[in-house]
Design a protein. Sequence first.
Length: 367
Amino acid sequence: MKKILILLISIELFYGCLAKDNNTNLNKTESIKQENELLDKGSNAFKRGNFYEALKYLKKLVTLKERTGNINSIAEIYPVIALSYQSIGDYKSALKYYEKALNILDDNNLNKTLSYSGMGEMYKELGDYKKALINYQKALKIIENRLGKNSIDTTMFYDKIGNFYMEMKNYPKALEVLNKSLAIKKNTTTTKKIDMALSYMNLGSVYYRMKNYSKALECFNKELNLKLKLVNQNHYHPIIATSYNNIGLVYLDTRNYQQALEYFKKALYIQENSIKSNRILVKNYYNMALIYALGMNDYQKAYIYSKKAFDSFFINQNKSFAVLDNSQKLKYLKSTKMYLTELMMNTYLYNHKKEKYITLNRWLNYK
């Protein structure tokens, strides 16, 4: 649920790095102009969630920079190319570009944190939490060495490590790390609204897992309000989708199905119309299926959405397996088995002979 917000934060770091690349040499004015145009087009496409378009411009930017021999500058672009591939589920290409950046940069270069962060997110998505933590810790070590332990930049990785502990169901440790991150943000004058929103989203997720729904809803509403201020009350901006989805989950678990459906529909509308990422839609289709099955007893719609969820998941699985060994593939399948289970259940409840036959074949092929 957090993936787009995390990507937007990473891209901000990227722009900060590239902003230092202005060359005042008059002989390079035209080249710099072309680079800035490509950077603007690529960054705008990335922020809109149009990752294929972002890749087109960012790859052209790399080609242009290769002519100048500015290797470090190219290394700053590679992680964003990797993030774009990661967002469309092409993990093999993403890993290639992360490693390209790491091979170029010095051990203690701050720009290495972009690749370690992205690789951590990728392994987390694939269910390999141990590798995710290793990469987050590598990034955090560089930040602490270069900027200090209470730097605002460390909070990004405290947030990620806190989320790791949440996934491991070590909720007290997760709250400890995430509250440490929030405290640093509150005591830093340069903290942005998006950073505070991320903290409340993370804390809300932990409370949600702990079934402390009142605290979860409080945090998710704080997250939503901060984001709305950031985008001038645009309720259909891409970064708002995660907030709607989070609030919907709380209402789903507390059996307030009508309100849950309202928030899930808002999230799905945004994601289908603005975020061109197949993997992000999987969980939202799954949530819609749950609502129609559990709350509305509308098994036809539940079947339709669970089928969409499984179809999208299956596409992602094939791409994911390109970079996973056998043990990692098993972890991935265990972490995503609910999509097929939901499809099987809703097909049975829908009680349509043809669809039962199709789903049974899917199950046999999947097994």
